[in-house]
Every structure is written in structure tokens, then in C-alpha cells.
Design a protein around this ligand. Sequence first.
Ligand code: ZN
Length: 418
Amino acid sequence: MNFSLILLLGLLSHLAIGIVTYDDHALYRIVPKNSESVDILRLLQKSESEKYDFWTFPRAAGMPVDILVSPQQKSFIEKLINENKMDYEILIENIQENIDEEARFNKNNLDDVADISWEIYNDLDTINNWLQKLAQRYPDIVTLLEGGKSYENRTILGVKVSYGSQNKNRGVWIDSNIHAREWISSATNTFLLNAILTSDDPVVRQIAESHDWYIFPVINPDGFVYSYTTDRLWRKNRSLPYGVDLNRNWDYKWNGDACTDISKQSDVYCGTAAFSEIETSSLANFISTIAEDLVLLLTFHSYSQFMIIPYGDSERHVDNYNVTYAAAVKAAESLAQRYGTQYSIGTAPELLYQAFGISMDWAKAQYQIPYVYTYELRDKGKYGFLLPTDQIIPTGLETLDSIITLLQEADKQLSSNY
Ligand SMILES: [Zn+2]
């Protein structure tokens, strides 16, 4: 077969299944220098939200904003930058090259994977099959859980890991991939689950066996599959017509930013009502059955290297903010020890921007779970959502270090309360 025919067939196969491509889309890092420039970027994000893919959102003067810019958008964005005297750099020239490289690497190494691997990004079937195998392999310790359902009728699969009934009221919840494209989040979560079950480090064993673990690697399964098969940069669920940002759909200050007024095609569209989406409503039902047992709730996202404390809607702090903050500081120190990875700590309005209808705020407000955090995992924008696979294990190891410290701090605090 000649080369052009191969190319043509390759192109046709892409077209046939409608794969979304990002040829010559560049990732811009723009730094607004004053509040007027911040407002201009905010306006762009709000009014043209279906056109521009903001990887990080406008925050404050001096804080960078990462935007994926198509070839057609380049002249407008550069004009905007120049007219407002913003600084900028291009982090990635052609994002499609990164997507292709990741896909090639995953494909080439997929056949070698017996169960699951932390050298590639696993697809949903691999993750779910592995969870099922764990339940068979450790029948006294691992229980399969159905956390809920998805729009396309997939099961939101998770596991409970419990070494004994003495751990009641010492539950740890960790979910990931509520945002489809944030693949490092489920990779890190499954890495942690594996460590809990197989590590022979005595510190890990102590933490693992003295808590009940509720691990849900992919709570947006439809979006995750779609990000694997069709559009690597998909964020929302797949409910018709354009999907909903599941982390704007929880029943806590839902629509506080009037997000129902923005385009339904926006990446942060919050749905028609709180819990309008089956993923969030069914998961909330499930969480209500175990929430009283939870001491720690974590939800993994990427990227930016933040530990975010509730609440996202205002400057108001949670009642136990000082204790929560102090534990996070120690956890971030532990996390940094291994590779020097630096995390920032604070609430969403302090670190990022106000956010409404988010999952951790709902869990905190509804159930007063003592320790609640959102992790924004690696990196700080060099690769963004396309974090290279050789960073999965380091991210898993350092994140585990931080969670050990969090639980040690929680234990100290809880025992001092008696
Ligand atoms: Zn996210």
C-alpha cells in the first residue's frame, strides 16, 4: 500500500468515528497585569465560553491564565494581548502532537498490561475490570460498590476497602475524574488503591488498615470514555445536547453565578437544576449512606498543584478552617519532600475564583465531614491535562505521602478531642 493511501485511510477512519483533533491549537499562558485586563479575560470566558477553552481561569492581576487557542483565534487573542499590554508565552505550540504522542504510547504499551498499569493511562474497562478482580482477589477486604449511574447508563464503579469493623467512623472517600480530561486524577487514585492493598511499608500499612476506604476512580464514566475515544480534551458529562459540568451541578449554592445564563456549550455549564444530572444525584444518594462515617473526603482534579479547602462560593471559611488548613500545610510539606513538588493551599476564591455547585462544598455543608479537600494534581501548566505518563508514579507516590500526613494529623486532632 502506498503512503498516501495509508494516510487517506487513516484520515477516513478518523472522520468515520468523528475524532476531534486539535492541529496547531496552541496553549497560551497569558498574564494580565491589572484588574481591567483580568475583567477583559473574564468577559471573554463568559461571553465566548463555547469558543475558547480556558484550561485555567482568570483570577487576579499577575496570575497566569492558560487558554487553548485555535489557528483561527490566534490573531484575535494576540491583538487582545497587545492592546492590553498583557504578558504571554506559548506553553505548547501544537497540542495535537502531545495528544498523538500520548495515544501512541498508550496503544503501544496497552498489550503488555495484565491487570492495570501506572506507566500508561488506563481506559475505563481496564480500571473497572481491575476493581472487579480486586474484589475477587481480596474477598474479605474489598467490596465492589455501585456509586451511581451515568447518562449513558454506565455504572459508577468503586470499591470499599476495609480491614475490620473497628474502623467505623474512620472512613476516607477519594473520587476522581469528575472532569473527563483530567486523566492523572484516576491514575493517582488507582495508584493509591493499589498501595493501600499491597504496600509493605509499615506506615502505609498502619494508615491503610486503620481506615475504611471508599475509592471511586471515575465518577464521570461517559465523559471519560469520550475523552478516550473521541475528544481528549472533553471535560463535562455526555448528557444531551452539550453535556454538563458535573462539578457545578451539586446542591450547594448551585447557580450562584447565574451559570444557567451562559451558553450550554460552555465547559462550565451547570445544568438546568441542582442535581439535574444522574451522575451527581445518584452519587449524592450513595454518599448520604456513608457520610457519617467519613473523616476525610478528597476529590482529585488537575492541574495547578493546589490543595483547596471549602467553600468555593465566598470568602467565608469553614468552622474548622484553622485545623483543616494546618493539616494541609503539613501534608503539602510531606508531599514536597520526595520530589520538591510545591502545592499552594487555600479556598477556591483565594487560590482561583469563586465556584458554585461543587461537590466538596456540598459534602462539607451537608455532612460536616471533618477534613475535606480538592486536590489539583500536577503539573503547573507545562503539560496541563496532557501530563506525560512517566509522571504518574511520582504523582502517586507524593500524593500518598500527603494523605498519610493528613490522616496522621486527623488522628491526632480526633484523639485530642476525647
Ligand atoms: Zn477538574
